[in-house]
Design a protein around this ligand. Structure first.
Ligand code: COA
Length: 157
């Protein structure tokens, strides 16, 4: 499946489709209420990817001080490996830099090989482990320092 891809702000009208995407992908546990709270929070930034009138993915960050923390990222299974997550992360990094962030961090399941490959390629490195963070799995804490530097931005395309 191809088609024009648009990256834009995540709007309250996208929440229903985002919850449906989480359910169909079997990934994520956010209710509509959580999405609405996140969109309303001043320190959060959310983007969606739209293609052919459908939601192909979404991602968000929380920006606190110099730290941008990825809170959620999901791409529709049939739209993966098309660079969409990378484009969403690029949009979030640019918006986070505008808000004064200098570093990017997130937690990822130790067994989530796709996400770890994505983040590793972008230059996020493990700095710690939260044992049992997901109950059945550990979380790796990943960091990228100085996200405004050209080498980091170049990895985002
Ligand atoms: C992880 C995820 C967000 C990646 O989204 P995506 O749009 O497919 O990622 P991209 O197309 O931008 O991938 C960029 C690069 O990351 C790496 N990568 C991504 N998925 C990969 C996979 N399944 N296996 C190996 N490498 C992978 C590759 O280097 C890829 O480049 P390439 O396709 O040219 O080889 C997607 O698989 C997903 O939604 N997974 C379920 C939710 C999830 O894990 N979210 C992250 C929580 S921390």
């Amino acid at each position: 499946m191809g088609g024009v891809i648009t990256i834009r702000r995540f709007l309250p009208g996208d929440v229903e489709a985002a919850v449906a995407l989480e359910r169909s992908a079997g990934f994520g546990t956010w209710t509509e209420g959580i999405f609405h709270d996140e969109l309303a929070a001043d320190d959060r930034l959310y983007l969606v990817c739209e293609s052919g009138g459908e939601l192909a993915g979404f991602a968000g960050v929380m920006v606190v001080g110099e730290e941008a923390h990825v809170t959620n990222l999901l791409i529709a299974p049939e739209r993966r490996r098309q660079g969409i997550a990378t484009r969403l992360l690029k949009g979030l990094v640019e918006a986070s830099l505008e808000r004064g962030a200098r570093h990017l961090t997130l937690e990822v399941r130790s067994t989530n090989h796709a996400a770890r490959a994505l983040y590793g390629r972008l230059g996020l490195a493990p700095v710690g482990v939260r044992k049992g963070y997901y109950g059945d799995d550990d979380a790796l804490i990943l960091w990228a320092h100085d996200i405004g530097r050209s080498e980091f931005m170049e990895r985002l395309g």
